[in-house]
Design a binder for this molecule. Structure first.
Ligand code: NAD
Ligand code: UDX
Length: 493
């Protein structure tokens, strides 16, 4: 029984023996209205005007926000597209059951964080949200569905999803595809409109191939066919983890080199340029920094490491784990440098943190290096003053509370509520954040920071005025000439 020819909201089944009739998907739902689900479905809706897209989420406040102009996700260019399609063929709804029931294809875009409890704690992906969705789909479905894994998932998760849904006893046929998302935050709209590639993994056999083509035909509205890769399910799932591991590895490689540069007097940007101009290496993702952040890199590498250990591949696990160790080392190294340069103590000293988001052009601060640096400085009793153009005060305090229970920060103890309340002030005006400060720390590469009146900032700060540029976005020599004591990553001070 396979629902194929569809009119809005109704489904028809192929007559027996007529399985080759052309199938056109007209109703698509997406569970999870976060950084992936929202932007992805928005671009799909813009490019597939004849298809109806419904995005649902268990968080009704998030859905309500998607229905305003104050979107829960900040992405350059996103609001313009949302405005064009919302209410036409894109809908944000809290009614998950209905969205499942009406859809022929369901994207799973729920979060898959690192497990914080029980077996695999701190390493494995927590699949409880995915499992919940699969069970709900199994319970509610009355017509056949293609389930598309958009979330980043451990290899062979599709098997578990199929296990859950196929045992529901309602004679509905489910097929599972893996279609990992490669967008990066801050450039999500561009990445979705012009993807380097689209990856679709499907089950072996003609039914799997048919499902792949149904999804591929949607992408064909704007993505050239040579950019659509069709693979086995497991290759697709593993490719996503591997892609993120490779990208993070490049950053950790340059961050490891940055420590050598600081010790030897070499300049990490010069080294990166020389290395990246080799066409076999390429120039991207070689920017040394205070460390990589974001919800994906660490989580996906941990996931890969867990997978390797599961298969007894300990040497391979150790290899990838080192990418994370270097990242932890880099964040810790930066915080230590700040304390050491400020005469070995920051106790009671006003320190301005410019930037909290894990990168520019996003309001996301998951795993931001800023919170690790802040936690370390708070342990040394600093008086922190934070400014970020997009991240809210609530979010910043929540991140620091998360630090209280985080166990991976070697050498640090949990932060107390008193430390957070007494040690952190969040500003809406950057000039207030730096006024009277001993040091300013650039922790996110927001463009606006380069346009600030740094003479004025220097004047307003305590002397000697320290500037720690964790993103190497400011002209070091010019800043020194203003009078700052400048420290940049991978450059000798
Ligand atoms: P997110 O936390 O921003 O969004 C996930 C949403 O799913 C949340 O709003 C949550 O309320 C909702 N949700 C969870 N369980 C639910 C349920 N049972 N029913 C309905 N809604 C539910 O996460 P995200 O950043 O969008 O990431 C989603 C997935 O995409 C993850 O697997 C992630 O690894 C992957 N991914 C993320 C990025 C990125 O840049 N953020 C890029 C590529 C892939
Ligand atoms: C990443 C992947 O790039 C994307 O393909 C995947 O789908 C999701 O995970 P994202 O985490 O949104 O995207 O941002 P990304 O641009 O990869 O940056 C991750 C972190 O690395 C940021 O903290 C960024 O500042 C840092 N970074 C990146 C560097 O420190 N140096 C670089 O050269 C590049």
């Amino acid at each position: 029984m396979y629902a194929v020819l569809l009119e809005k909201g109704r489904s028809f089944t192929n007559p027996p023996g007529k399985t080759n009739m052309r199938k056109t998907i007209q109703n698509i739902s997406c569970i999870g209205a976060g950084y992936v689900g929202g932007p992805t479905m928005t671009v799909f809706a813009a490019k597939c005007p004849d298809v109806r897209f419904v995005v649902v989420d268990s968080n009704p406040e998030k859905i309500a926000a998607w229905n305003t102009d104050n979107l829960p996700v900040f992405e350059p260019g996103l609001l313009d597209i949302v405005r064009k399609v919302r209410g036409k063929n894109l809908f944000f709804s809290p009614d998950i059951d209905r969205a499942i029931d009406e859809a022929e294809m369901i994207f799973l875009s729920v979060n898959t964080p690192t497990k914080s409890y029980g077996l695999g704690k701190g390493m494995a992906a927590d699949l409880k949200y995915v499992e919940r969705c699969a069970r709900q789909i199994a319970e509610v479905s009355r017509t056949d569905k293609i389930i598309v894994e958009k979330s980043t998932l451990p290899v062979r998760t599709a098997e578990s999803i199929r296990d859950i849904v196929s045992d529901c006893g309602n004679r509905v046929r489910f097929r599972v595809l893996s279609n990992p998302e490669f967008l990066a935050e801050g450039t999500a709209v561009r990445d979705l409109l012009e993807p380097d590639r689209v990856l679709i993994g499907g089950e072996d056999g003609p039914e799997g191939a048919e499902a792949i083509e149904e999804l591929a035909s949607l992408y064909a509205n704007w993505v050239p066919d040579e950019r659509i890769i069709r693979t086995k399910l497991w290759s697709s799932e593993l490719s996503k983890l591997t892609a993120n591991a490779f990208l993070a590895q490049r950053v950790s490689s340059m961050n490891a080199v940055s420590a050598i540069c600081e010790a030897t007097g070499a300049d990490v940007d010069e080294v990166a340029k020389a290395v990246g101009m080799d066409s076999r290496v390429g120039p991207k993702f070689l920017k040394a920094s205070v460390g990589f952040g974001g919800s994906c890199f660490q989580k996906d590498i941990l996931n890969l490491v867990y997978l390797c250990r599961h298969y007894g591949l300990d040497e391979v696990a150790d290899y990838w784990e080192q990418v994370i160790r270097i990242n932890d080392y880099q964040k810790r190294r930066f915080a230590k440098m700040v304390i050491e340069k400020l005469f070995n103590t920051v106790a009671g000293k006003k320190i301005a943190l410019l930037g909290w988001a894990f990168k520019k052009d996003t309001n996301d601060s998951r795993e931001t290096p800023a919170m690790y640096v802040a936690a370390e400085l708070l342990q040394d009793q600093a008086d922190l003053h934070v400014y970020d153009p997009r991240v809210s005060e609530e979010r910043i305090c929540e991140d620091l509370r998360f630090m209280e229970t985080w166990e991976g920060w070697q050498g640090s103890k949990s932060l107390t509520e008193a430390q957070i309340q007494g040690g952190v002030t969040v500003h809406k005006d950057p000039y207030e954040a730096v006024d009277g400060a001993h040091a300013a720390l650039v922790l996110t590469e927001w463009d606006e920071f380069t346009g600030y009146d740094w003479q004025r900032i220097h004047k307003s700060m305590r002397k000697p005025a320290f500037l720690f540029d964790g993103r190497n976005i400011l002209p070091g020599r010019a800043m020194s000439e203003i009078g700052f004591r400048v420290y940049q990553v991978g450059k000798s001070g």
